[in-house]
Ligand binder design. Structure first.
Ligand SMILES: NC(=O)c1ccc[n+]([C@@H]2O[C@H](COP(=O)([O-])OP(=O)(O)OC[C@H]3O[C@@H](n4cnc5c(N)ncnc54)[C@H](OP(=O)(O)O)[C@@H]3O)[C@@H](O)[C@H]2O)c1
Length: 253
């Protein structure tokens, strides 16, 4: 069990990749502090984590863009488990619009969830990670090295997250805290299905050399590795898990 006894906060754990990471962490012996906005979904994920062997799961339902909620998340986790070893900044949104049409509201919403959430939550968790010599894993995307129609705003937010990963790794390395990101390829989830056409989703699969989409659990296994002591020499890394998607030049719908 690579994460036995470790305490992990996972944001956006109520569905998709975050749920996959939560179950993968549960299988590896972690104690979990899970967040999302949809309580019912979060409860389903807790059931899956319990089946996977984690009996004691803390949940906080709320909006990660709100400072008061971020403080509650950190305080309740510390109070319940006595320490924090791992922060997985996974919550994210995708709004698709060409950059020449993007509204201020779309920009603010995207940056608030995809960039400000990780930045300001990490600031609150950092003192606890310094105590435990823990680590951060951010969920970015392989898209930061690609160009996909109408995805400029999302890609900008994830590219900034990659820079955040590198700079934070540099700032915290002397404290024994590692910082990495997972940069997945296409994973079917509510994030994509809400805004991408079926044709675009299929083109992403067709353009993936491995020949299929990833599953949330597969991404979860890599986050387990990055968060575990097996990756003790890895920091500042943006780790692509994209089935080769970003090494192709796909013709996308
Ligand atoms: N799917 C892909 O192909 C893909 C590829 C690369 C990277 N990613 C990244 O993977 C991460 C997870 O996405 P996903 O594909 O698994 O989509 P998803 O199923 O829609 O999951 C998104 C999660 O983020 C949470 N969330 C969104 N806005 C929030 C807010 N304001 N406050 C708190 N929680 C919020 C959602 O909570 P509720 O549903 O409860 O509101 C949900 O748990 C994202 O950062 C995404 O950019 C996805």
């Amino acid at each position: 069990m690579a994460l036995r006894g470790k305490v992990a906060i996972i944001t956006g754990a109520s569905s998709g990749i975050g749920a996959g990471i939560a179950v993968a962490f549960a299988k590896e012996g972690a104690n979990l502090s899970l967040t999302g906005r949809k309580q019912k979904n979060l409860e389903e994920v807790v059931k899956d984590c319990k089946k996977a062997g984690c009996q004691d799961v803390l949940t906080n339902v709320g909006d990660i863009t709100q400072d008061a909620f971020r403080r509650t998340l950190v305080d309740t986790t510390k109070k319940k488990f006595g320490k924090i070893d791992i922060l997985v900044n996974n919550a994210g949104i995708l709004l698709m619009n060409p950059l020449i049409s993007v509204t201020k509201e779309e920009y603010d919403t995207t940056m608030a969830v995809n960039l400000e959430g990780p930045l300001f939550l990490t600031q609150l968790v950092a003192p606890h990670l310094i105590e435990t010599k823990g680590n951060v894993v951010n969920n970015s995307s392989c898209i930061t090295t690609m160009t996909i129609p109408k995805d400029g705003l999302y890609t900008m937010s994830k590219a900034a997250l990659d820079i955040f990963t590198r700079y934070l790794a540099h700032e915290l390395v002397s404290h024994g805290v590692r910082v990495n990101s997972i940069n997945p390829g296409y994973v079917p989830s509510q994030l994509g299905s809400e805004v991408m056409t079926d044709e675009l989703q299929q083109s992403l699969i067709n353009a993936t050399p491995i020949g299929r989409a990833a599953t949330p659990e597969e991404v979860g296994h890599i986050v387990v590795f990055l968060a575990s002591d097996k990756a003790a020499f890895v920091t500042g890394e943006c780790f692509k898990a994209d089935g080769g998607l970003s090494m192709t030049t796909p013709a996308l719908a």
